[in-house]
Design a binder for this molecule. Structure first.
Ligand SMILES: Nc1ncnc2c1ncn2[C@@H]1O[C@H](COP(=O)(O)OP(=O)(O)OP(=O)(O)O)[C@@H](O)[C@H]1O
Length: 209
C-alpha cells in the first residue's frame, strides 16, 4: 500500500438487484485510522455496501479498491478484511472455542489455543457451549472475539450494537478503536448516538425517493 492510499475506496459505484438501483454513483474513500458510519433508512443499501466492500458481491458499475488495489486482485489479502454480519455467522453445532479455532485455521494463521481462551475470557463467554445455545448478544460477543484474534485491517460491521448490553458495547467500542489504530472500520447502524460516539464521520445513504 503506497503512502496516501485509502484502505477502501469506491468510485462511481452502481448496484442494482433486478431492475431496482440501490446504489447510484456512490463514492467513498476510507483512510487509514478512520471509522465511518453508514446511516440511512431500511433498504437504503447499507448492508449491500458492506457486502461490496467485503467482496461478497460486485457492483454492476464502478471501481472498488481495497488496500490500494482493485478488489478483484485481493485473493492473497482476503484475511485482511473481516465482516461482522447481523446476526453474525457461526458453525452452530460447534462451541465458541471451536468456532474461533476454526476461524484462525481458515485464515491461515494457525491455531493458538491460549489466545483463543484469552479472547473468550475477555468476551465473558463459556468455551464449551455450542453456539446454537448462545443468546444473540453472546453471538455478537463471539464475533468480537473473532475480530480480536483475526486482527483485520478493514473491519466491516453491520448493526454491531444490536443485542449487546452495556459491557458488550464497551467491548465493541474497544474493538473498533483497536482496528482503527492500524486500519479502518466501516459500520452500518440506525443508532445515531452510537455512530456519533464511535465514528469520525457519517455517510448517509438516501434510499428510495
Ligand atoms: N439478494 C438480494 N436480492 C434482491 N434484492 C435485494 C437483495 N439484497 C438486498 N436487496 C434489496 O436491496 C435493498 C437494500 O437492501 P440492504 O439490505 O442493503 O439495505 P439496508 O440499508 O442494509 O437495510 P436495513 O436498514 O433494513 O438493514 C432493499 O430494497 C432490499 O430488499
Amino acid at each position: 500500500m503506497s503512502a496516501g492510499t485509502g484502505i477502501a475506496e469506491l468510485v462511481g459505484v452502481w448496484k442494482r438487484y433486478g431492475r431496482e438501483w440501490i446504489l447510484k454513483d456512490l463514492n467513498l474513500r476510507v483512510a487509514p485510522g478512520e471509522v465511518v458510519a453508514l446511516l440511512g433508512p431500511n433498504g437504503s443499501g447499507k448492508t449491500t455496501l458492506l457486502r461490496i466492500l467485503a467482496t461478497l458481491i460486485r457492483p454492476q458499475r464502478g471501481e472498488v479498491r481495497l488496500f490500494g488495489r482493485p478488489a478483484r486482485a485481493l485473493e492473497a489479502e482476503r484475511g485482511a478484511l473481516a465482516l461482522m454480519a447481523n446476526p453474525p455467522a457461526f458453525y452452530r453445532h460447534l462451541s465458541g472455542e471451536e468456532n474461533l479455532a476454526q476461524a484462525l485455521a481458515l485464515s491461515g494463521r494457525g491455531v493458538r489455543r491460549d489466545d483463543v481462551m484469552r479472547a473468550l475470557e475477555a468476551a465473558h463467554l463459556p468455551p464449551g457451549r455450542p453456539v446454537a445455545a448462545y443468546s444473540s448478544g453472546m453471538k455478537k460477543r463471539l464475533a468480537l472475539a473473532r475480530v480480536w484474534l483475526l486482527e483485520p485491517r478493514l473491519l466491516l460491521l453491520d448493526e454491531p450494537e444490536t443485542a449487546l448490553d452495556q459491557a458488550g458495547r464497551g467491548l465493541l467500542a474497544q474493538t473498533i478503536q483497536r482496528v482503527a489504530q492500524k486500519g479502518a472500520v466501516v459500520l452500518a447502524t440506525h443508532d445515531q448516538a452510537f455512530a456519533e460516539a464511535v465514528a469520525h464521520r457519517a455517510v448517509e445513504l438516501e434510499g428510495r425517493a
